[in-house]
Design a protein. Structure first.
Length: 236
């Protein structure tokens, strides 16, 4: 893992954008994208850039079960709002949270990933070390799956909803096996509340109890963290 320490999320977004730009100049075509607060500065850089994404494909990590793309809390809405409406892509994929048959939706999404191999995957990390919605204890072998969100994740996500009762309890998520197929991965983490997970991801053992630790086994990972998120690293 290559670790880049930056001052703050703004600088982190710029660093991630610089890597993306370089990779696009080399001809990559498919991005794996994340939602949440972490990639927002990267998306701001993309939006204000003069880069053209109209030949690019994106495949998002996850979506809440039960929310349609018109729901402002859905990840489809987030992506349209933050990125796609400003910078049109050739095609964009997000799991369908309203699918009647969730198992069939997982199979469909696995096929999408197989048909559009991800060149560069953008990740955030949860306070408990989750990536995508792969919570601690999820098998590393799993591909797209239906996930019951943990209390800690529901608690962390409630800031986006009017009340905790409105936070969905399930999500569709790419699995760890799907994420590991990406040719390159950029994981960003900003803020003190990510410090423990970041330290375990980089310096701890590889364990399904800390899903992001699996990234130690991938050969092309860049971790971009601010000072607060780096504060529990012993070798910083
Ligand atoms: C979002 C996702 C999640 C988030 C993580 C961190 O698509 O897959 O794993 O990256 O929960 O969320 P933020 O960035 O809001 O702290």
């Amino acid at each position: 893992m290559k670790v880049i320490q930056v001052k703050n999320a703004q600088e982190g977004g710029k660093q991630a954008f610089a890597i993306l730009k370089e990779e696009m100049a080399k001809g990559i075509t498919t991005l794996g994208l994340a939602t949440g607060s972490t990639p927002e500065t990267l998306y701001q850089e993309m939006v204000k850039s003069d880069l053209d994404f109209s030949d690019m494909t994106s495949v998002n990590l996850d979506e809440y079960v039960g929310l349609s793309g018109e729901n402002p809390q859905s990840y489809r809405y987030f992506m349209n709002d933050r990125l796609f409406l400003h910078k049109p892509f050739k095609e964009t994929f997000v799991p369908n949270g309203k699918a009647n048959d969730l198992d069939a939706e997982c199979i469909r999404y696995n096929q999408i990933i197989a048909d559009h191999p991800i060149d560069l995957q953008v990740l955030g990390i949860g306070r408990n070390g989750h990536i995508g919605f792969n919570e601690p204890g999820t098998s590393f072998a799993v591909e797209t799956h239906v996930v019951a969100l943990t209390e800690s994740t529901i608690e962390a996500n409630k800031r986006y909803f009017e009340s905790i009762e409105e936070v969905p309890t399930h999500a569709l998520s790419m699995g760890i096996a799907s994420i590991l197929k990406s040719k390159q991965i950029i994981l960003m983490a900003f803020g003190r509340e990510k410090a423990a997970a970041v330290a375990k991801m980089i310096e701890g053992s590889v364990t399904e109890q800390l899903p992001a630790s699996v990234l130690q086994t991938h050969k092309n990972v860049v971790v971009i963290i601010d000072e607060a998120a780096a504060s529990e690293l012993t070798n910083a």
